[in-house]
Design a protein around this ligand. Sequence first.
Ligand SMILES: Nc1ncnc2c1ncn2[C@@H]1O[C@H](COP(=O)(O)OP(=O)(O)OP(=O)(O)O)[C@@H](O)[C@H]1O
Ligand SMILES: [Mg+2]
Length: 475
Amino acid sequence: MLVIEDNPVDAELTIRLLKTAGYDVTYKRVETKAEMEKALQSRSWDLFLSDYSMPHFSVQTALGLYQFYKCDSPFIVVSGAIGEDKAVELINAGVNDYLMKDNMTRFIPVVERELRETRNHRNLLNVTYALASSEEKYRSYVENAPDVVFLADLSGNFVEVNEAACRITGYTRDELLNMSVLHMITEESLVVAKEMFSRMKSTGTLNADLEVWHQNGSKRWIAVDAIQLSRSLFLGFTKDVTERKNAINEVLKTREELQRFNQYLMDARENERASVAMEIHDELGQALTAIKIDLKWVMENLSDSAKSFQKINRIIEMVNETIKKVQRISAELRPGLLDDLGLATAIEWYSGEFEQRTGINCILMLEELPDGDGRINLTLFRIFQEALTNVIRHAQAHHVKINLKYRENEISMTIEDDGVGIPADKISSGKSLGLIGMRERAKQINGTVVFMKKYTHGTKIVIRIPIPTHEPESL
Ligand SMILES: Nc1ncnc2c1ncn2[C@@H]1O[C@H](COP(=O)(O)OP(=O)(O)OP(=O)(O)O)[C@@H](O)[C@H]1O
Ligand SMILES: [Mg+2]
C-alpha cells in the first residue's frame, strides 16, 4: 500500500485497522511529489490511501501522478472534513472513495469492495483482451483459408464470405453479400441442392457436390459441407473440385465406352461363331452326306472285288466320323441345342462330350427354366465352357460337379472340381484373362462370378445372374 500522508500517526492508524481485519500489509509512506514518483517507479501498488492536503503535497497532484503512471489499484482519500462539493469533485476526478478520519467505520468494507472490484475489472479486461485476440486470430484463419468459408441465412443469402469465396466464384465480396447461394447453382444441380438444403433443416448438416456458375460464365464443381448454426444461420465450407470431378467423369466415361465396346466385341464374336457354325453344319455336312450316299451307291454297284468293297466301307466309316466331327465343331461354336432345348440340355450334351474326351466324370444337378432368356443362357453356357476348359488344363481333377438352380429372381450355377485348387493370386491377377472374361460376361447382364479355392481340395466357381423382372408397363 502506498500511503500519501504527512502524519505518520494517522498512517499507522489505518495500517492497524487493516491488520486487525486480517490483511498482511506492507506499506510505504510518502509526503512529496518526488517521493511518490520514486515509489511509483520502484514497483506496483495494490492500494493507494491519500490525505487531502499536506504541507508539501496535495491529493490532486498525487492523483495526477497516479493517472500518469496508469495505475488501476483503488485510490481512497482519507482526510478531515472537506465538504461535499470537494468530495464530489474528487470522485469525478477518478478517486474511488472518500472517508473521514474521524469516522472510519466504512474503511474496511470500502477497501474490501474496491479491491474486489479492481480484481473483477482486471479479469474482465483480460477476458476481453483474450476474446479480441482470439477473434482476430480466427478471422485471419478464415480470411486466409484456401477454401471458401461462408455464413448464410436459411434462404441461402450470404451473410459473410472469406477471400477464397471471391477468388473461386469471381464475384467481389459486396456482390456476394447481395446474392443467394442458390443463384449460383446450375440448373442440373439445383434439384440436388434444394433437396440437400431442405434436409439440412432437419438433420443440421449438408454435404454435396454441386455444379455452380463462375462470374465469367464458366461452370465449376464445388464440394460443400455445411452445418446449421442457429435457427437462421448456417456455416459452409466449400472446395473447388472441378479438376477432380472432370477426371472422375472422364474415367467413368471411358469405362462406359470400354464396356460398350466389350459388349460389341462379344456380340460380334457370338454372331460370327453362329454363322460359321451354320456354314460348317450346312455346307460341309451336306457335302459329306452326299459323298456318303454316292459311296454307298458305288459299293452297291461294285461287281466282285472284296478288296474294293472293304476299302469303300472304310471310307464310309471315315466320312461318318467326319460328319460327327463337323457336328461337334459346329455345336461347340454355337450349340443349336441351347436355343432349341435350353441351357440344361446343352450342358448335359456338352458334359457328355467332355467326359468322353477327358475321362473326367461329370455330376449334374440341373434345373431347366421353362422359358430361358437367350442372352442369360448363352452367357452361362460360355462361362461353363471356359470353366471346363480350365479344369482340363489346370485342375488334375477326377470329378466335376455342375449345379444349376433357378430361383424367383436369380439363376445360379456352381462348378466344382476335386483337383489341385486355383491359386489365390491367380484369382485376382490382372493376367488371368480367362477369369476376367468370365466375370466380364456375367457383368454384361448384371451378374457376378466368384472363384474359390476349396478348403479341402479343388476349385469352386459360383455364378449368379439376376433374372430381370418384367415390370407392368406404366400408363
Ligand atoms: N479349375 C482350376 N483348378 C486349378 N487352377 C485353375 C483352375 N482354373 C484356373 N486355374 C488357374 O488360374 C489361372 C488363370 O486362369 P485363366 O483361365 O484366366 O487363364 P488360363 O486358363 O491359364 O489361360 P486362358 O486365357 O487361355 O484361359 C490358370 O492359369 C490356372 O493356374
Ligand atoms: Mg482358361
